[in-house]
Design a protein around this ligand. Structure first.
Ligand code: MG
Length: 174
């Protein structure tokens, strides 16, 4: 049986005028964007946390601290690429699937759903049938429902390379 590990990530950012709204590497036509040190792509930030979490490699703040000027206004697709490089370098995993949800009141993300899903699949080098993207509102409840914030939750599954795993099962076997 394969050694599979689950990872989950969550992120929320304040919405503010005069900033671009980026979700999953896609620019959304919106009068409000994310207040953030980077481009504020909550979906990619939650995805990065899920990937790091599945590998027990800390969180996005450990690897890309907001105090570091290099990450000012950085495109989060670059942060995702660096995260994937880190995971590949360790030879630890093969990504199995991704299930992502964005919580945003306005604009409705329905017209962007397939673009975001396809972009995530491309960024992750995954077949689109292994990538799920869902968009929800918050039924008017704050802060998402009152258009003060956008949030994202991502769950991923990856399979660990047994040759490289240093898991408790290895210790138990020896
Ligand atoms: Mg963030």
């Amino acid at each position: 049986m394969p050694d599979c590990r689950v990872g989950q990530g969550y992120d929320i950012h304040r919405l503010t005028p005069g900033r671009r709204l980026r979700l999953g590497g896609v620019t959304i036509d919106s009068p409000l964007g994310c207040e953030a040190h980077s481009d504020g792509d909550v979906l990619l930030h939650a995805l990065i946390d899920a990937l790091l979490g599945a590998c027990a490699l800390g969180d996005i703040g450990d690897h890309f601290p907001p105090s570091d000027a290099r990450y000012r206004d950085i495109d989060s697709t670059t942060l995702l690429a660096e995260t994937l490089t880190l995971l590949r370098r360790q030879g630890l995993h093969r990504l199995v699937n991704v299930d992502a949800t964005v919580f945003l009141e306005q604009p409705k993300l329905y017209p962007y759903k397939e673009t975001i899903r396809g972009t995530l699949a491309t960024l992750l080098e995954l077949s689109p049938d292994r990538v799920s993207f869902k968009a929800k509102t918050a039924e008017g409840f704050p802060p998402v429902g009152t258009r003060e914030a956008v949030a994202a939750a991502v769950t991923i599954l990856l399979e660990v390379n047994p040759e490289r795993a240093t898991s408790w099962t290895k210790k138990a076997e020896s």
